[in-house]
Design a protein around this ligand. Sequence first.
Ligand code: THU
Length: 131
Amino acid sequence: MTENELIKKAKEAMNRAYAPYSCFRVGAALIGGSGNVYTGANIENISFGATICAERTAVFKAISEGESKLKIIAIASDSEDYIHPCGICRQVLAEFSEKSLRVLCSNKKGDFREYTLEQLLPNAFIDKGGK
Ligand code: THU
């Protein structure tokens, strides 16, 4: 799958967002270690803290289906600006990826900027308690 195809999948997922409070819809699409694609959208809640971002929706879908070692994630929104994952999502991505994870941050037009997770979350906390 090309980068542009993955961004298209993220855009399609964005159309399934539930964002009545912020009216900011986000979509994500990722490829797991198996090569399968998983998508996610942000799902908000009237108890705002229960809201989940698009990226974590996609990650949790993938992990709960048995994936590990995520390879690449694309993020899309309707913003003119490039959308970058929030801090919590960066930490969650670090839990399930190598620091070489590719992160494609797109804008409304479909242009994208590519980063590694290491660039977005340098010196990530990955200590697993000595295990
Ligand atoms: N949001 C995401 O889904 N991903 C991001 O990378 C940034 C923010 C969502 C959370 C909330 O539903 C809305 O966008 C506004 O913050």
